[in-house]
Design a protein around this ligand. Structure first.
Ligand code: NOJ
Ligand code: CA
Length: 705
């Protein structure tokens, strides 16, 4: 049967069960979308790859208390088809140029019973997946309305293997569970000893990006793009039928979103590929976001940084200056508090970090705990914890400004908000003026704890708007942003390229004070959290055994030292921390050389081999140079990484410096053994590098002199 005949039959079959069906193909014709209305006027769609269903007939619709809502009673009034194909250059990124090529179909739907109220369902079909959204044009019949739910379904064809974390309205700081959809049980994960601000969404509710693999080897990823003025989407999983449906994060009132026309939802995305590496190559989510709204981007600079940070997470020093408790921001004489003698962010210690950064080509120094308020910052749901402008008595901000400038190092501001977003917003302008006055052009924000406005969630519409408001506010003042504990990213760094990184997942910090991250964790993150944008994972821990700080401590960082180096390449971010203490780096100068040299901005990226939860090898070309860097990591199983160097220019000889696990290295029993080798290589060569259990390798490739 010819392909055309098959499509015709398929359309016919869909027409039998629906009133009318439209089809659209991806530019390479591999993916087919069908759209139709049922007899009740409900919008439904299907998605096929090579004419095989990827999504069975799935419903679309928005529930609302306005009239009958937006899920049925529709008639189709207009279909507009268009094609798009161009390229654009991100301000920073994994590649220099991105192709944006899709075929689009927009369906205008009218509800006759609601005075012909109108919505548009817009679909964009790429070679590697589908994005679609709901649009509510401005109209007399529809002004303000409340969204009470979203029906969007992704009806899968089988019991796919999934890499998932529990649905939660407040945190993404979980380990992933791997297993069939039928066995998802979020409550079991909640019951385990996890940390973080939690609000359980349900037993069979998971978060996006949800990574899956079908029985016949297809890779699928469900997420969203351009999350603005709407709550984040979790997913309900039907463990018997494998129907997945949207589960929106509620607001404090229980309603999901408050909208006013013209309005649109974020794009719902499903990436479908035949290889795992193609998932990592996908630019679908970025492409669905709007171009940069910042005209002059010359001040936005990818960078590496060190910081007064890990020493607090391992208990060596403290954020707080004194141990006095129950203080009120306005009524406390902070200068007269009795110092506890463990305060990390002192003028002297900051200078030590600045000196280290200057000596080792590190661009910035983050200082946490520099400002008043840390004495009782967490857990009290208190509104005014920080004022964002007053240093502790032992932190001399103007002296440090001069010192950093004299060394050519940038200080990075830290604004923990203790999740009191209202307090941060009220004091935002003063905080920004302070930063500008003292020469800070990058800031790390944080939202630890329960959100204020009380009752709101980290991932609800109010906070989604707050994160975007702050990104814009910082952009207006030429300040780069790295947000911790925000909603997980959805590609908005295309629109706001000063919003360089986010945490929004379980970072290296968990290794400091909890059970930690499993050896497979970093092999899953690129397929899940990083699909929406860069992560501030804070790699680079060399002192992996933590009884070094806390005698008797059993849990260590669950990787080898060489794997910590590889993470600079495998976990993409334009902001990369060298997270360990300078004094530890001084003990391993040969290994630290990799962190000194590794780039943070790239002209090209080649994912060479990958399988979620198992391994990942990637090669990247440093921006504006002929140098390449390779990172290879594995889970708890050792493996031989195969690194085909055909990405190098032909006929050119390169020197490869390979930082790899020692022969007896092991994430648990012997994590800190590594070796460094040098080899002359060229494009014709394939390197085989042995990775230890929980290990990795990092390679610098420079043209031979
Ligand atoms: C949690 C952040 O993820 C971490 O990086 C920071 O040090 C603490 N909060 C304190 O703000
Ligand atoms: Ca965190």
């Amino acid at each position: 049967m010819t392909r055309l005949l098959y499509v015709l039959l398929l359309v016919f079959a869909i027409q039998l069960s629906s009133l009318s069906a439209e089809t659209l193909q991806s530019p390479d014709k591999k993916l087919t979308l069908t759209f139709s209305l049922t007899e009740k006027g409900e919008p439904v769609y299907t998605l096929l790859l090579n004419l095989k269903p990827v999504l069975e007939k799935s419903k679309l619709g928005i529930l609302s208390s306005s009239g009958r809502g937006f899920s049925d009673g529709f008639v189709l009034s207009k279909v507009e088809t268009s094609f798009f194909n161009n390229t654009w250059d991100p301000v920073w990124g994994e590649v220099k140029t991105i192709r944006n090529q899709y075929n689009e179909q927009a369906f205008t739907l009218i509800q006759p019973s609601e005075k012909n109220r109108t919505i548009i369902l817009r679909f964009r079909l790429y070679n590697d997946g589908l994005g679609f959204r709901y649009e509510f044009p401005r109209q007399n019949q529809l002004g303000y309305f409340t969204v009470t739910g979203e029906l969007t379904e992704f009806n899968l064809t089988g019991n796919h293997k999934a890499w998932w974390m529990p649905g939660d309205y407040d945190t993404n700081e979980y380990l992933y569970t791997t297993g069939p959809l039928s066995e998802i049980n979020a409550f079991e994960v909640f019951a385990s000893k996890e940390k973080g601000e939690k609000s359980q969404a349900g037993e069979a509710v998971v978060q996006t990006p949800l990574m899956m693999k079908s029985g016949d080897g297809l890779y699928l990823n469900i997420h969203e793009a351009a999350l603005i003025d709407y709550p984040a989407m979790n997913l309900n999983v039907d463990r018997k039928t494998f129907s997945i449906s949207a589960h929106l994060v509620p607001s404090a009132t229980g309603a999901k979103a408050y909208l006013q026309t013209p309005a649109k939802t974020p794009w719902r995305t499903i990436i479908v590929t035949e290889t795992a590496t193609a998932i990592l190559d996908s630019k679908l989510i970025l492409n669905l976001n709007e171009p940069s709204v910042i005209e002059n981007t010359s001040w936005i600079k990818p960078m590496k940084y060190v910081g007064i940070w890990w020493e607090m997470h391992v208990g060596k020093s403290s954020w707080n200056y004194s141990d006095t408790w129950n203080l009120k921001l306005a009524d406390t004489d902070w200068k007269s508090l009795k110092p506890n003698g463990r305060h990390g962010a002192t003028t002297e210690r900051t200078k030590y970090y600045i000196d280290f950064a200057a000596k080792h080509k590190i661009d910035g120094v983050l200082v946490e705990g520099w400002n008043i308020g840390w004495e009782d910052w967490a857990g009290n749901w208190k509104e005014d914890v920080f004022d964002f402008v007053t240093p502790y008595p032992d932190f001399n901000v103007s002296e440090l400004q001069d010192y950093a400038a004299s060394k050519g190092v940038k200080l990075i501001m830290h604004h923990e908000t203790s999740a009191s977003a209202t307090n941060f917003e009220r004091r935002f302008d003063k905080a920004v003026s302070f930063m500008k006055k003292y020469g800070y052009d990058a800031v790390k924000t944080g939202y630890v704890g329960r959100i204020i406005p009380r009752g709101e969630h980290h991932d609800g519409q109010w906070m989604v708007n707050h994160y975007v408001r702050t990104a814009k506010g910082f952009a207006d003042n030429q300040i780069m942003l790295d947000a911790h504990e925000p909603v997980r990213p959805t590609g908005l760094h295309r629109t706001y390229p000063n919003w360089m990184a986010n945490e929004a997942a379980r970072g290296n910090e968990f290794n400091g004070w909890s059970y930690g991250n499993t050896p497979e964790h970093e092999t899953i993150l690129p397929f899940t959290r990083l699909m929406g944008g860069p992560m501030d994972y804070t790699p680079g821990i060399f002192q992996i055994k933590l009884d070094y700080y806390q005698p008797g401590k059993k849990e260590n960082v669950k990787t080898t030292l060489a794997k910590q180096l590889a993470l600079y390449v495998t976990l993409y971010s334009p902001l990369q921390m060298a997270a360990d203490l300078p004094e530890n780096y001084e003990r391993f100068p040969d290994a630290f050389r990799f962190i000194e040299e590794v780039a943070v901005d790239w002209d090209d990226t080649n994912y060479l081999e990958a399988e979620p939860g198992d391994y990942l090898t990637v090669a990247r070309q440093a921006k504006g140079t002929d140098d390449w860097f390779v990172g290879a990591i594995t889970d708890e199983n050792g493996r031989l990484a195969t690194i085909n160097l055909s990405f190098l220019p032909r006929g050119k000889s390169y020197t490869a410096t390979i930082f790899q696990d020692g022969t007896k290295a092991h994430w648990n029993s012997n994590p800190m053994e590594y070796v460094i080798k040098t080899e002359t290589v060229s494009a014709e060569k394939t390197l085989s590098v042995q990775l230890a259990p929980g290990g990795g390798a990092a390679i610098i490739l420079k043209p031979s002199k």
